[in-house]
Design a protein around this ligand. Structure first.
Ligand code: TMP
Length: 213
């Protein structure tokens, strides 16, 4: 699709390391926007389409055979291309608010910061998959890595990413914060150490003020 003709609903993404509460907070924001009579679609990456969910399963499955970092990156973007074409762009064109649990910032944070692929390489692929298209607002949820790891451990069996080292997650978190610092107009960094309701209220206030709701 030609993104210059694109959208205009709103595209809001949720980012952060695992255990920061993205999925919970995205669901609470959906409920809030629904209560304001808005058409809201909640989706996720990798995933959100039939083929995307198949790619997700392949990416998250714990395995002894290491997945090449570039193969991992391209799988993320292949799922993303399908998700944009099938779900995100059509919804935005219908005027919906699309809330997405992770998007391209995750590729910069995990495959870039975490795996060490240069940003310039990721940018090239990004420019093929969604030239000129960015979220209207991106929440980066943060908490102490110890808190995040405790939350992940409570969930039970770990997937391929959740099994990474603390060092890996420190690099991921640092990459997110660096991106947020560079683009303060698009990003909002939210500490999720406080209880869920207070975090949700902070997120609602940010949305209200950025979009004059
Ligand atoms: P989730 O379970 O938090 O939704 O995310 C699945 C995993 O995929 C998570 O560990 C982060 C990872 N991921 C990447 O490494 N790169 C990406 O571009 C995306 C969207 C997710």
């Amino acid at each position: 699709m030609n993104t210059s003709q694109a959208p205009r609903g709103r595209f809001i993404t949720f980012e952060g390391t695992e255990g920061t509460g993205k999925t919970t907070q995205a669901g609470l924001l959906r409920d809030y926007l629904h209560s304001r009579d808005l058409d809201v679609r909640l989706t996720r990456e990798p995933g959100g389409t039939r083929v995307g969910e198949q790619v997700r399963a392949a990416l998250l499955e714990p395995t002894d055979a290491p997945l090449d970092a570039r193969a991992e990156l391209l799988l993320m973007f292949s799922a993303r291309a399908q998700h944009l074409a099938e779900v995100v762009y059509p919804a935005l064109q219908e005027g919906a608010w699309v809330l997405c649990d992770r998007f391209t910032d995750a590729s910069y944070a995990y495959q870039g910061g975490g795996r060490g692929i240069p940003d310039s390489d990721i940018k090239k692929i990004e420019s093929v998959v969604h030239p000129g298209f960015q979220p209207d607002l991106t929440f980066v949820l943060t908490c102490a890595l110890e808190t995040a790891m405790q939350r992940v451990n409570r969930r039970g069996e770990k997937d391929r990413f959740e099994s990474e080292s603390q060092d890996f997650f420190e690099r991921v978190q640092a990459a997110y914060l660096k991106r947020a610092e560079r683009e303060p107009d698009r990003f909002a960094v939210v500490d999720t150490e406080p209880e869920i309701g207070r975090v949700a209220s902070r997120i609602r206030q940010t949305v209200d003020s950025r979009f004059s709701l």
